[in-house]
Design a protein around this ligand. Sequence first.
Ligand SMILES: [Zn+2]
Length: 357
Amino acid sequence: MLPADVPALWLRDNCACPDCRDPLTGQKLFQITDLPEHLTVDAVRPLADQDGWELVWAPDGHVSRYTAAWLAQPAQPDPRTEDAKQLWGSAADLADRLPEADWTAYREDDAVRLRMLEAVARLGFCLLRDVPLRDGQVQEVARSFGYVRETNYGTQFEVRVEERPNNLAFTNVAITPHTDNPYRDPVPTLQLLHCLVNDAEGGDSGLVDGFAAAAALREGDPAAYAALTGTPVPFAFRDDTTELGAHRPLIATDPVGRVNEVRFNNRSLGTLRLPAAQTEAFYAGYRAFARLLLDPARQLDFRLNPGDCLVFDNTRLLHARTAFARGGARHLQGCYADLDHLFSTMAVLGRKEAQPC
Ligand SMILES: [Zn+2]
């Protein structure tokens, strides 16, 4: 039997007949306002060739077909929200194992590539080893699953000590855990860092799961969590030629309250101008969240060696760097990319895998 509680309008909106969907693209050919206002099912017949039903609609007599398998499909979780993630609150949660693969295997074996991209989607990062030590190679890594996002820092940026830095990243000081470019909307959702040289004393890397910290804040300090999800914060960046700003909360949630983005960067948090009570609530929340995020126990520490390329979700993970000796050689090349195409490449690789040889 066709399940009784399936809304008629939902069924009709999902009709896959060639009048309703373009057979070539699968895209819908009608507007919701084109459908009859009082739509009812006039007749239901079992499909002759497979398990499912053919429906005849009143008042327009349109005929739709639905398989039982299609009706039974579960809803897909939004891959950007915490629901689709494996949260980790410490290195131990990752069983002290990094999601890593050799570049050549990643390039040549679709299953390895899929595993690495799934690690970025699920854990927030992956580490590619033995990536060729070539200028611009980091962009090749981005192009292996998507597109480079160009910004005012260029198509790629050099993370090394500069004479006149426009950002503390380009000095030798310690950089505490942060997300990049919170002053952009949309924010670059992925970041890549490719290590070319790391002979310096210090200069180690760290990652923190911002979604796990947000979940811990929600659990332990609901008022702080409410203050952060409910307060848009002015993030800002300026130098000689650029002035950027975005008003976004430190913890963003989707319409049903699931965490889907964290922005945390003390260097680019601008000045809030709110009523005193709201300001105080925000600062209490900000301090509570910062305590969690900056707790060394939450940080996964490792050292990037020449040839290592880290790919991570900049909407979720914070990254950090210890200070290193001035004059010590350290050179990383970085670029931004976006999750859209990482998810797309995962889906297409999954499609390939599902097909019989
Ligand atoms: Zn139709």
